[in-house]
Design a protein around this ligand. Structure first.
Ligand SMILES: O=C(O)C(=O)Cc1ccccc1
Length: 353
């Protein structure tokens, strides 16, 4: 009997190796066609199909097959010379995905997450090397959940990048605007297109999704979604209207590129949180440190400290890498401070080194 088990294990091993060989062939094909490796939705579907075919414990079987798929993916990455993993808001076709494509220069394996919190947590735990998260939009302003997550997690911003955003109104089948009962999209996309929505779609119900591309999973024949033209093409949707965002040319989203904390402080900009005592002039004392050194303030936000009503944490971006003496002075006038990163605007993200 023991002998039989041993033999089966060896056969299993050979089968796993054979599966990896096929994965490498697939990777070569994907490289030729520049298509993505990490398609979570498809993996999920494959696992469900496997689980449907067995009575064995589904939790353990899922684990086994997820591990095999991870191993295959690692093999594919290795073959393509990719050594870094990047997390963005998914599914494929989100604006964050588009930003990643622009930064990396080709379709490489990305981890598609459902929320920006998940991205930041994955980076913090070292489950991915980099994360790309939207921080600010020229119409919508600061992306508050991202700001709050940066305060509450230990990650480091090491770059920023900008993307011009055009929104399309899309649907599964041809619809007159007045026939649309529901509009699905990410809160940012809805806010950036409110002028259009209020004028032409005030009769429709708004339903928020976790990303613009996630709307594809909810669309039915009576609803429309707001997403990018790329996403509409990717999912075979019909474009009812193009460029529906309120700001026609200058609808820009700025993204932070984050990694696990390294403590490196190189770049033109510094982002930091701080708190001050509740007394007259305490915020001014902090701002004076920057003003006295001729450091320009790029961004200022306040967030509830979540202690008492009226207590705030401030967030600033300044146009300088803060030096030790600046930090020493900051310590004197703040109740606490937390530097999120010193960074530059970047054109590319190298995932091949
Ligand atoms: O939902 C997406 O596609 C995102 O990546 C977030 C977002 C939404 C709208 C504009 C920019 C980023």
């Amino acid at each position: 009997m023991r002998h039989k088990i041993r033999l089966i294990d060896f056969i299993l091993l050979r089968f796993i190796e054979e599966r990896m060989k096929v994965a490498r062939d697939v990777a070569k094909e994907k490289k030729k066609t520049d298509s993505p490796i990490d398609i979570r939705d498809i993996e999920e579907q494959k696992i469900k199909e496997i689980l449907d075919r067995t009575d064995l414990n589904p939790v353990r079987m899922r684990r086994i097959f997820e591990e095999i798929m991870k191993l295959a993916k690692e093999e594919e990455y290795r073959l393509l010379g990719i050594s870094k993993t990047v997390a963005v808001l998914g599914p494929m076709g989100s604006f964050s995905d588009e930003m990643a494509m622009k930064l990396i220069g080709s379709r490489i394996p990305l981890k598609y997450c459902s929320t920006t919190d998940e991205i930041i947590e994955m980076v913090e735990k070292g489950e991915v090397d980099y994360g790309i998260v939207p921080i600010e939009n020229s119409t919508y302003g600061t992306v508050i959940p991202v700001l709050d997550a940066l305060l509450n997690h230990e990650v480091e911003v090491f770059g920023e990048a900008k993307l011009e955003i055009h929104h399309c109104l899309v649907s599964k089948k041809k619809l007159d605007l007045k026939e649309i009962k529901r509009i699905y999209s990410h809160p940012q996309a809805i806010s950036q297109s409110l002028g259009f929505i209020n004028t032409y779609l005030s009769h429709a119900e708004i339903r928020y999704t976790s990303s613009t591309s996630d709307a594809v999973n909810l669309l039915d024949d009576e609803s429309a979604a707001i997403m990018s033209e790329n996403a509409a093409r990717m999912y075979g949707l019909l474009i009812l209207r193009r460029s529906i965002q309120d700001l026609k040319e200058k609808n820009i989203t700025r993204f932070y590129i984050i990694r696990r904390k390294t403590g490196k402080m190189e770049g033109r900009y510094t982002s930091l949180f701080f708190g001050v005592q509740d007394r007259p002039g305490s915020l001014k004392a902090v701002l004076d440190i920057f003003a006295n050194r001729g450091i320009n303030l790029r961004k200022l936000e306040s967030r509830p400290a979540r202690t008492f009503l009226g207590d705030y944490v401030f967030f600033v971006e300044v146009e300088a890498p803060l030096k030790e003496e600046d930090i020493r002075d900051l310590e004197k006038v703040t109740a606490f401070y937390k530097i999120i990163g010193v960074f530059d605007e970047v054109e590319e993200l190298d995932v091949f080194k």
